[in-house]
Design a protein around this ligand. Structure first.
Ligand code: ZN
Length: 302
């Protein structure tokens, strides 16, 4: 299986980025860590520590924060703390998995490696960066329960972790909550920001338009799925019709990432079988729950 190592630097309006990681056939698995002044946001996967270490050592680093616990984001947090002495922070909901460790699937170990453990400090709602700068923590669950964006309000920078990744997606992780993602995109779009710093896609100068595009795509996909569901089609049929057969991504990840997961999540979002009525807060036609907490459970099987 062809594997290559990728790392390069990014610079945008004083924010520096370092892309690190392996690229495994079509599964692009590199991740970007960003530096805003003396603050590092995300740390790259554990098997990229040598590159990350050099980057951190060559810079004045006052603190390291992560957007969520996934190994390609928090992977070097422990080493930044233990080897370099950096104060480390995470969203409050990330503290437990980063401190105690979390289960990894074989493909995750292969591509990113296993993070060491560390107990980060829970990040305050507004983190003072000194020199009048601050970072505001914006919870944005869906991709993971603890996914958090960081807003630099003066310059309109939004560090989105894995909220965006791409405007059109054909896959969903088995543990992602699509309706929460939609609700998070809506909530984040109410903020005043311009530039998005995505952990995988890189810098998006038209960040607001990009996040809108993703929101519109997901809402539209749910509508298309509901339309076909109302015609009597099942998840398997709709998956084939709208996104095609499963490909290498599903096979490589043991179906942790799959097209089926995505269509299932759309299909189940306002299913009458879930017993959720419009009075519970979910409109029957447009199929998108207004708030994360009211979405019915997502099915993982057809
Ligand atoms: Zn992630």
């Amino acid at each position: 299986m062809p594997v290559r190592i990728e790392h390069h630097r990014i610079e945008h309006q004083g924010v520096e980025g370092l892309r690190v990681g392996r690229v495994l056939t079509q599964l692009t698995s590199s991740c970007i860590l960003y530096r805003l002044g003396t603050t590092i946001i995300d740390t790259g996967p554990p098997n990229q520590w040598r590159t990350v270490r050099r980057f951190l050592m060559e810079r004045d680093v006052a603190r390291v924060v992560v957007t969520h616990h996934h190994e390609d984001h928090s992977g070097n947090l422990a080493r930044a703390h233990h080897d370099l002495g950096s104060p480390v922070y995470s969203p409050p909901a990330s503290v437990a998995p980063i401190t105690a460790g979390f289960a990894l699937k074989p493909y995750q170990r292969l591509i990113w490696g296993k993070p060491r453990r560390v107990e980060p400090q829970p990040i305050p709602d507004d983190l003072d960066l000194g020199s009048g700068q601050s970072l505001r923590a914006i919870p944005a669950p869906g991709h993971s329960d603890d996914m958090t964006c960081y807003l630099e309000p003066d310059r309109g920078f939004l560090f989105t972790g894995d909220l965006y990744i791409a405007s059109k997606t054909r896959y969903l992780r088995a543990d992602e909550d699509l309706q929460q993602q939609i609700a998070s995109l809506r909530r984040v779009l109410e903020l005043d920001f311009k530039t998005v710093f995505c952990s995988h896609r890189g810098v998006l100068e038209s960040g607001r338009a990009a996040l809108h595009k993703k929101l519109d795509f997901l809402v539209g996909l749910c509508e298309r799925v509901h339309h076909l569901r109302d015609e009597g089609r099942n998840v398997r049929e709709i998956t084939r019709m709208l996104v095609g057969k499963e490909g290498l991504m599903a096979l490589l990840t043991g179906f942790h990432f799959s097209k089926h997961n995505l269509i299932s999540a759309c299909y189940a979002s306002v299913s009458p079988e879930d017993g959720v009525s419009p009075e519970d807060g979910i409109p029957p036609k447009d199929g998108v729950a207004p708030e994360a907490g009211v979405a019915p459970g997502r099915r993982t099987g057809p």
